[in-house]
Design a protein around this ligand. Structure first.
Ligand code: NAD
Length: 473
């Protein structure tokens, strides 16, 4: 064991948990679909029963998280993913018949979906249940064993989740691990058969580097600056309300939150006013139970620094609520910023909080060029009732996913895959693509006793020449 690893406390349990699952994989490499369905149904029951405790634990980790947000964005989404998967896993798992060319008949071909083995999942703090359960559902459906490393920022939820899983699943099926960054780094060095990481682009790079040593394939679910393009024809109030809902859910601490808005230049003042109306409508008081707080002091300070930096370098700051931010409660006033420039930090890093820079544009081409001049985002939002305009935006930009005329909802479509592109990630999960990602799509060709191959074998002569001429026609 390398010295650095030996020094990490909590590493021995990691290795032991991996060895246990790896042995179990060899004992039962192909769990039946009935067993997988039973696991998923049990997982749903656990989540459903523990719903109040889940909401309390996540709220304790955040300072305050509206229980309704947890119910909608974590519990409902997880249960829906399970329902959809239970309904379809039988079909996904069936070997597929694939055609063979005339030269290989009468043999036949099948595509078998085989479990990969032991899958590692690394979870961020912002949606600790859904971002653990979502990948878990795909991995279990595909017949794998799963180790889950939770974020060090969600100790209350981790303790609950670890207990719930341990009470309902043997550790050779699902193991939940807690621990700091060193444990996370050691976790990503385990020789998993597949590793799914959700988190920042910076850490994603380190995870991929660690996985490369074992040639462990990865899905990286990362972040980025997801734009919302408001087109000229779309009702401004409606766009502002939908964008601000996306921005204020979980106080903007959402990977697919709209990061900044591109708005026709002449409409920027009206958009700011509409944004203020929307926020005040959602939260008559920011101290209301409905508004989620910023997870840590460090994250709160980072958001404040983004505003300071922008203000110092010429941006105009528009608080979208009469109540000022409360650093003690970590309640951050939703804020729009105009006059931003690409050099400002707020236009360079993912915001991950309730701040909305507004970038004016004159033509749609200009808006598209602005998006394309930056790393490809995890999500893109376009607001227009004109199908041709939407089509143009879709054809000329690139992003992990898209919601048209709203924000974030593509993530909740269980029949659609989810995943980033470029610096917002790689690989897909959710639904059918999630099942495939955690399966070995194993190619099997069945040869017949009597077949034509012997006609092509040496010694080569006239018969081979005649046949190959036909084959190369
Ligand atoms: P983070 O990258 O700081 O941490 C994510 C996880 O990685 C944590 O569990 C942490 O313990 C672990 N980790 C830290 N250092 C590690 C290392 N060296 N090796 C292996 N693991 C390590 O991210 P975060 O602050 O928890 O989450 C916020 C980020 O996640 C944002 O960028 C957000 O956009 C992104 N995110 C993406 C998605 C998505 O589905 N694409 C979803 C949610 C969040």
């Amino acid at each position: 064991m390398p010295l650095a690893d030996a020094a990490v406390s909590g590493l021995a349990p990691l290795r032991a948990a991996f060895a246990r699952q790896d042995e179990a994989r060899l004992r039962d490499p192909y769990p039946t679909v009935a067993k997988r369905r039973a696991q998923l149904v049990r997982l749903a029951a656990v989540i459903k029963t523990a719903r109040p405790e889940i909401a309390n634990a996540i709220s304790a980790d955040f300072g305050h998280r509206a229980p309704q947000e947890t119910a909608l964005a974590e519990v409902f989404t997880s249960l829906e993913a399970i329902r959809y998967t239970v309904r379809h896993v039988g079909r996904w798992a069936k070997p597929e018949r694939r055609p063979v060319s005339i030269w290989h008949r009468p043999g036949h071909a099948r595509l078998r979906k085989q479990p990969l083995g032991v899958v590692g999942i690394v979870v961020p703090w912002n949606y600790p249940l859904y971002l653990a359960a979502g990948p878990l559902v795909s991995a279990l459906a595909a017949g794998n064993r799963v180790m889950i490393k939770m974020s060090e920022f969600t100790p209350h939820f981790n303790a609950l989740w670890e207990r719930l899983v341990a009470e309902n699943f043997p550790p050779d099926e699902i193991a939940v691990m807690d621990g700091g960054v060193e444990v996370a780094a050691a976790f990503s060095r385990l020789p998993f058969d597949y590793l799914l990481f959700t988190g920042s682009t910076r850490v994603g790079r380190e995870v991929m580097r660690a996985a490369a040593d074992n040639l462990t394939p990865v899905t990286l679910e990362l972040g980025g600056k997801s734009p919302a393009i408001v087109c000229d024809d779309f009702p401004l109030e409606l766009a502002a309300s939908r964008i601000l809902y996306g921005k204020c859910t979980n106080a903007g601490q959402t990977c697919v939150a709209p990061d900044y808005a591109l708005v026709p230049a002449a409409k920027v003042p009206a958009f700011v006013a509409a944004a203020r109306t929307a926020v005040t409508g959602f939260f008559p008081s920011l101290a209301s139970e409905d508004y989620t707080t910023i997870a840590t002091e460090r994250h709160f300070a980072r958001l404040a620094a983004l505003i300071d930096d922008a203000a110092k370098t010429g941006a105009t700051v528009h608080p979208l609520h009469a109540e000022a931010s409360d650093p003690v409660a970590r309640r951050f006033t939703p804020t729009a910023l105009t006059g931003v420039t690409p050099a400002m930090h707020i236009m360079q890093e993912e915001i991950f909080g309730p701040l909305l820079p507004i970038v004016p544009y004159d033509t749609l081409d200009e808006a598209v060029a602005f998006v394309n001049a930056r790393p490809r985002p995890l999500a893109l939002y376009a607001f227009s009732d004109d199908g041709a305009v939407i089509d143009r935006v879709l054809r000329t930009t690139s992003s992990g996913g898209v919601t048209v005329n709203d924000t974030m909802l593509h993530v909740a479509q269980d029949a659609l895959p989810f995943g980033g592109i470029g610096s917002s990630g790689m690989g897909l999960y959710h639904g059918r693509e999630g099942f495939d990602a955690f399966s070995k799509l194993r190619a099997v060709y069945y040869q017949r006793r009597f077949n034509g191959l012997s006609l092509l074998q040496p010694p080569y002569g006239k018969r081979f020449d005649r046949l190959i001429k036909l084959m190369l026609r």
